[in-house]
Design a protein around this ligand. Structure first.
Ligand code: SAH
Length: 263
């Protein structure tokens, strides 16, 4: 049973970096927060500007998961609204469940406010689309194995066999493994690839374009070693293709719920 004297913990997606990419709801909750725990290694401190002056703001970068949970629990005993600010969307590589379980066990209410993931921000930075009619209609968010092993059936070679858009998180230092996976799935060496460093961060965003063959070299030249999204997709570069299949949704000969076909 939830005690009425306890506050609520909100896991809020801070967005990918640009403070303007937090949701209105996230901003409102920050504005009424008594305590904020933010992931300082990935969330710009500027996002915490939305918290009131008296709010306790703590950077979690030196904390263990247990210490974070204890902090959230103790703050929920003092404040009505406690915010755990997470990079991008809290449900992607964010240890959400590990942090929510101790709250649940102590009867502390919690909820999630979704955020703009860095995958979205990276494609936006490059002016690229994740889907394209008759090219690919699917997106896979994944990573390669680092210290966290990949579950069976999820190695990149297996996922890349789908030939859809692949957004590879947490893997910039493992680009050779990304290349290995794509090659094992038969992607040609000239397949376009994209790496975006600090997507949406004001003045810090960098977009590196290349191919399966040279993306690693290009990232090395650009000195990109952290906080980057790796994208492999058959849609990349489509802005400049000579032929493009139109999306049915906007085709004048296609009737749908909101528009009658004109021809
Ligand atoms: N929950 C986050 C992901 C956290 S895991 C989200 O939804 O975006 C951390 C990884 O996310 C990084 O290794 C990197 O691959 C990616 N990432 C986070 N912020 C990024 C940014 N601004 N630009 C590019 N990649 C980013």
């Amino acid at each position: 049973m939830t005690s009425p004297s306890l506050g609520k913990v909100w896991f809020v997606g801070a967005g990918p970096g640009d403070p303007e990419l937090i949701t209105l709801k996230g901003q409102r909750l920050l504005g009424q927060a008594g305590a904020v725990l933010f992931a300082g290694s990935l969330v710009d401190r500027a996002v915490t500007q939305f918290a009131p002056a008296h709010c306790e703001v703590r950077d979690s970068k030196d904390m263990t998961l247990e210490a974070m949970s204890d902090w959230l629990v103790s703050q929920a005993q003092r404040h009505h609204t406690v915010v755990r600010l997470q990079t991008g969307d809290p449900g992607l590589y964010g240890a959400l469940i590990e942090m929510a379980r101790p709250l649940e066990a102590r009867g502390i209410e919690w909820a999630v406010v979704p955020g703009v993931s860095s995958a979205m921000a990276s494609m936006a930075a490059a002016g690229e689309s994740m889907t394209l009619p008759e090219v690919t209609q699917s997106v896979i968010f994944t990573r390669v194995a680092g210290r966290t092993p990949m579950p069976e059936g999820e190695d990149l070679a297996a996922l890349a066999a789908h030939r859809c858009t692949l957004c590879v998180f947490l893997s910039i230092t493992l680009l050779h493994k990304v290349q290995e996976g794509l090659r094992a799935a038969g992607w040609p060496e000239h397949s376009p690839m994209l790496v975006v460093h600090k997507a949406s961060w004001p003045q810090q965003e960098r977009v590196v374009r290349g191919t399966l063959a040279d993306i690693r070299q290009r990232c090395r030249e650009a000195g990109i070693v952290s906080q980057a999204m790796v994208v492999a997709s058959p849609t990349l570069g489509s802005l400049h293709w000579p032929d493009l299949t139109r999306s049915k949704l906007y085709d004048p000969t296609f009737t749908h719920r909101f528009r009658k076909a004109t021809a």
